[in-house]
Design a protein. Structure first.
Length: 61
């Protein structure tokens, strides 16, 4: 499992918790971010090393 997949799974877990707490719109946003991270070809740790501007290259940020 890639780091991108691991991070995306965490976003999905957070969305699940928000849904369980009755939060209306945020779970969708976190799931969209998870999908975008999974689809992004560059390893997320490379983007993090390059800084916030690089992370914003991911669709949806």
């Amino acid at each position: 499992m890639s780091r991108n997949d691991e991070l995306a799974d965490r976003f999905d877990e957070f969305a699940d918790r928000l849904e369980a707490d009755g939060v209306a719109y945020k779970p969708t946003t976190y799931r969209r971010a998870a999908d975008n991270i999974r689809e992004y070809q560059t390893p997320i740790e490379e983007l993090v090393a390059d800084g916030q501007d690089a992370v914003q290259q991911i669709d949806g940020w």
